[in-house]
Structure formats: C-alpha cells, structure tokens
Design a binder for this molecule. Structure first.
Ligand code: KG4
Ligand code: ZN
Length: 328
C-alpha cells in the first residue's frame, strides 16, 4: 500500500511515497536553511511563502522518483501540528486538494508521532513497549510507547528544547545557523575541557537546558574566545553536557520501566556524539534512524499515516492545523 506523505511544519518542504509504512520509494526534501540563515533563525512568514513556492515541484519530484501515478496512491498523510501555523496550512491545503481530486483518505498526523515512526522505515519493526526520546528544534520529550498510537508522555523540557539549545549555543559562539550541525562540526575531535553544568532534575523525566546555555554565555562573555581552538573546545563542552543528560536520563528511565528498546528521533538524533554515546552506554537495543530521517522529512509522515489507516483513523475534509498540538 503506497502512502503519500507531506510535511511543511517548519522550514523544510517535503513529500515522500512509502510502501506499507516501511519501504521508501521517494523522499524529497527542499530545505530553506540558506534563506533563513541570513536572519540567524526561521522567519515564519518567509517560511510559509517559501512552502507555497516549492510544494508543487517537491510533490512532482516525489511522485516521479517513486515512479508512482495518482491511481497508485492509497492515502495522503500530512502534518497538522505542532508547527508554524502559516507553514502547516500550506501542506494541509495541498493534501486536502489531492484527497478531494483523487477521492483518497486524508490522514492528519502529529509531527512528533511522525518523528517516532521514522524508526519504522527501512528495517524490522521496533518492539513494544519502547521508550522514545524525541529531540528536535521545538521538543525534548521522553515518551513511553506501548502500541501503535499509544503514548504516555513521561518527561519534557521545562525551558529550551535540545535543538533550540544547540541553536542558541551556536549563536553565542558565533558559529552560524542551524546550530546543531555547526556545533557538531566545530566540536569534532575537540576535548570538552570546560566544566559546564548538567541539570539532572532528579526524580523526574524532565529536561532543562537553559542553565547550560546561560553558563556558556557567561563563559564566553567573561573569557577570551578570539582563538577558534577555544571556541571549538567550548562547543565540544556544550555538546557533551547535552549528550550526557539526554543519554543518562533516558537510559535510567528505560531501566526503571523495563522497556524492550529505546527509540531516538528528531533532528538532534542525527548528532554523532549522541548516537555513539547511546550505543556505548545502553544495555538496551537503541534504534536511531539514519541522519536524513532524523531531521524533518515526509517519509516519516507516510509511515505514521500507514498505521493510522490500519486503525481506521482517517480525517474529514474539515481537518484543521493545530500549531500547539502535543503527543498525548
Ligand atoms: O526535527 P527537526 O529537523 O525539526 C523540528 O521538528 O524542530 O530538528 C531541528 C533541530 C534544530 O534545532 C537543529 O539545530 C537540530 O535539530 N540538529 C542538530 C543536528 N542536526 C540538526 N542538533 C545537534 N546535532 C546535529 N547534528
Ligand atoms: Zn521535526
């Protein structure tokens, strides 16, 4: 069964065709990074206008790459939230038009649930119960998944999301946007020699990264960081602090709950230090999608949509965007 996925929640315009929630036939992503980097962050109105420009070429590209015709497609899955309202509207309206024109089921999908379903793509199915760590630009959530569509949110960030913290740290260190890849690149092969704080928030599964960000700000403000080698060491120290907290807290929760597997997802899960640290420290199997399926894409929407369809969870033409949608 071929599902068309559409994703426009933030600054990537994406479309993909996936068979049975697993085999990717096409996965096209048009990034707006170059456009937003000159502003140092995402400008919502620019993002939605850019989606309008690129959505149809991206769709055509995904259909052509999949060698699919519209009669092959069984359903359309689209992100309805969370995300930027103007950006979400573009994808949802295009999905509605396709569903109407070709009499297809329309499936509105939670972007965070879709990130989790990136772990179903191109390999054996994960096993329940599993513990999911969603680390993206807007979220750092620890979620227990007991079955398809069954989620219990255990923890969340109390302030900055992990990706947001990377982006802000990169700004402090003058490393550019987006911050995650910039910090990772600067940190590579450098020693995390600066002592930066870790917020453990013991007794909870919550996270907090704003204290770490402020500590980095003070370190840079009060020291001499004209030498790029020191900037690189600060980047490595920041990255290590985020990685330590994410891995330690997630593995502790997995031990407490006795889950079968740990699933990582979201843009920050493409970070190699985080990936290596999880694989080295965890006695549980840790599933992590390849980096291009950690960051925003539409294959994850199609995978998630497939499981909605299996459960008969289909939306009507009146489905709306929900910018602040949460998981449970
Ligand atoms: O999941 P995603 O592509 O979009 C959202 O749903 O937010 O995540 C984007 C976030 C950004 O904050 C970006 O800086 C971060 O993921 N990110 C990374 C890396 N690649 C992207 N953070 C750390 N290391 C990376 N390699
Ligand atoms: Zn995302």
């Amino acid at each position: 069964m071929k599902i068309l996925g559409i994703e426009t929640s933030c600054d990537e315009t994406a479309a993909a065709v996936v068979i049975d929630g697993n085999r990717i036939l096409s996965n096209v992503v048009a990034s707006q990074v170059d456009i937003h980097s000159r502003y140092g962050g995402i400008v919502p109105e620019v993002a939605s206008r850019q989606h309008l420009i690129t959505i149809l070429p991206v769709l055509d590209g995904a259909m052509a790459e999949a060698k699919a015709s519209w009669t092959d497609i069984a359903a359309v899955a689209v992100t309805i939230g969370p995300g930027l309202a103007g950006s979400l509207l573009v994808g949802v309206n295009v999905a509605k038009a396709i569903a109407l024109a070709f009499s297809l089921p329309l499936i509105g999908v939670n972007h965070l649930e879709a990130h989790i379903y990136a772990n179903w793509l191109g390999r054996d199915k994960p096993e329940f119960p599993c513990l999911c760590l969603i680390v993206s630009g807007g979220h750092s959530d620890l979620v227990l998944m007991t079955g398809h569509g069954q989620f219990e949110k255990l923890g969340r960030t109390r302030d900055d999301a992990a990706g947001e913290a990377f982006d802000k740290a990169a700004r402090i260190l003058n490393l550019g946007y987006p911050g995650g890849p910039a910090i990772e690149k600067a940190a590579a092969d450098n020693t995390p020699s600066f002592a930066l704080p870790r917020a453990w928030l013991r007794g909870t599964d919550d996270f907090s990264f704003s204290g770490l960000k402020t500590a980095l700000l003070h370190l840079v403000r009060d020291g001499d960081f004209s030498d790029p080698a020191r900037v690189a060491e600060a980047a490595a120290s920041f990255q290590q602090a985020v990685v330590d907290v994410l891995t330690t807290k997630t593995i502790q929760a997995a031990e407490r709950l006795g889950v079968r597997q740990i699933l990582l997802c979201g843009g920050v899960a493409s970070n190699n230090t985080l990936r290596d640290c999880f694989q080295n420290k965890s006695s549980f199997p840790v599933l992590i999608p390849p980096p291009n399926l950690c960051t925003d894409n539409a294959a994850m929407l199609a995978a998630c949509g497939y499981y909605h369809l299996q459960r008969g969870k289909v939306d009507g033409g009146d489905v709306d965007v929900i910018p602040s949608l949460s998981l449970s």
